[in-house]
Design a protein around this ligand. Structure first.
Ligand SMILES: [Zn+2]
Length: 403
């Protein structure tokens, strides 16, 4: 199997919120995984990427997307959105439900229909790696009346997530909703719940602290609003009195976003924080959406660049039970190379990010395969670009870039 050595690394972001940066100058990729951090600079490899003093970070994990049919999204009539997100540094995505299928009648959602919709999406859009991106689709939107057999089918198909969105989370459904959570957990499926006010569908109930405290999901979705946030009092109680993951998305209120991030930081619980774009949707198609979330955390909410990156990589991966999001030995080699852009603040990627300035992406690798080569189509180029050299073309059975 071909090997890749990244040399002259100036900054390394680990994705680990407990230790978000590492002092390494080289990184070796073997068999699609990170084989070594900081091996000798003269280690032989089939491909060498000279980072030229730039940064390496784990591929970004968008914890909240709404896929429909492959790279087409009907919400903004856009084709190729997944490729565009890849060029914004995103290498893994988790579906928060496939509710944008044209013609779906939100007033007539049955257990069979919703289960089958998730199964079909899992077997089609979720089966292929669009532009190389790891998209986890097939997230069932739960409705009343489901049986264990529905969850068996979803688990068998490999669904990793189930979501409460249209489900009426009211007192008389409490037992059933809690049963669903238990059934999901029995099968290794995580549970996410829409929070805040009514969504674009117009078909869901308001969900705040009281509901979340008895439901105990794995992830409370877009707690700063998707698009309408819960009250400040509910947000504070959520941070102080629960322990599950809290997700912030591009679709919400900036004001509530700051409130949650600062309160979690003060409590020493940034490990609970996860990120997503909650797109495609009414907020749009946001190729640089995850980067902007990271910049916002670092430049406005007081996190360091390393912490902000860890929230959008390792934290979000862990909250959804995924093995990606970290730069460490034996992790999948999903790696973004970036540098500071001419004109941005500071002299390093960290300083630029903490000033709120976008980093310039040069290369993106997924499972060791280079998917973005030389420069991103979505960010300005870094002032100093990484340089990629294939040392041994014969080591690659097929083209190392297009597979
Ligand atoms: Zn959503």
């Amino acid at each position: 199997m071909p090997t890749t050595l990244i040399t002259n690394i100036g900054e390394a972001f680990t994705g680990d919120i407990a230790k978000p940066t590492a002092e390494i100058s080289t990184l070796l990729v073997e068999n699609g995984r990170i084989a070594a951090l900081d091996p000798p600079a003269d280690t032989r490899a089939d491909m060498v990427i000279d980072a030229k003093g730039g940064a390496v970070m784990p591929g970004i994990v968008d914890g909240h997307v709404h896929p429909v049919f492959g790279e087409w999204t009907p919400t903004q009539n856009t084709i190729g959105w997944i490729r565009n997100y890849l060029h914004g540094g995103t290498t893994t995505m988790v579906s928060a439900g496939e509710l944008h299928v044209p013609g779906l009648d939100y007033n007539n959602l049955s257990p069979d229909l919703m289960t089958n919709l998730a199964l079909v999406t899992r077997a089609t859009t979720g089966r292929t790696r669009w532009s190389g991106v790891k998209l986890h689709a097939g997230t069932v939107l739960m409705v009343p009346g489901m049986t264990e057999a529905h969850f068996d089918k979803l688990a068998e198909a490999g669904s990793i997530l189930a979501k409460f969105l249209f489900y009426p989370l009211v007192e008389q459904n409490k037992d059933e909703a809690q049963r669903y959570v238990a059934w999901c957990h029995d099968r290794g499926i995580r549970v996410k719940v829409h929070t805040g006010g009514v969504s674009r569908s117009g078909a869901n109930a308001v969900c705040g602290f009281e509901t979340l405290s008895w439901l105990q999901p794995d992830v409370a979705a877009h707690v700063s609003g998707g698009p309408i946030p819960m009250s400040d009092a509910d947000l504070d109680a959520l941070v102080d009195e629960t322990a599950f993951s809290l997700e912030l998305c591009s679709s919400g209120s900036y004001r509530s976003f700051i409130r949650v991030a600062e309160r979690l930081a003060d409590a020493g619980r940034l490990d609970r924080l996860t990120l997503g774009t909650d797109t495609p949707g009414g907020t749009g198609v946001l190729a640089r959406g995850m980067l902007r979330n990271i910049l916002f955390l670092a430049s406005v909410c007081g996190l360091s660049a390393g912490q902000a990156i860890a929230v959008g990589t390792g934290n979000t991966a862990l909250a959804h039970g995924l093995d990606v999001g970290f730069l460490r030995e034996d992790a999948p080699a999903d790696i973004v190379l970036a540098g500071r852009i001419d004109g941005s603040a500071g002299s390093t990627v960290s300083e630029a990010i903490e000033h709120g300035d976008l980093p310039g992406i040069s290369n993106v690798m997924i499972d060791g395969q280079v998917r973005v080569k030389g420069r991103s189509e979505q960010t300005p180029p870094p002032a100093i670009r990484a340089e990629l050299t294939v040392e041994d073309w014969n080591a690659f059975g097929s083209c190392p870039f297009c597979g």
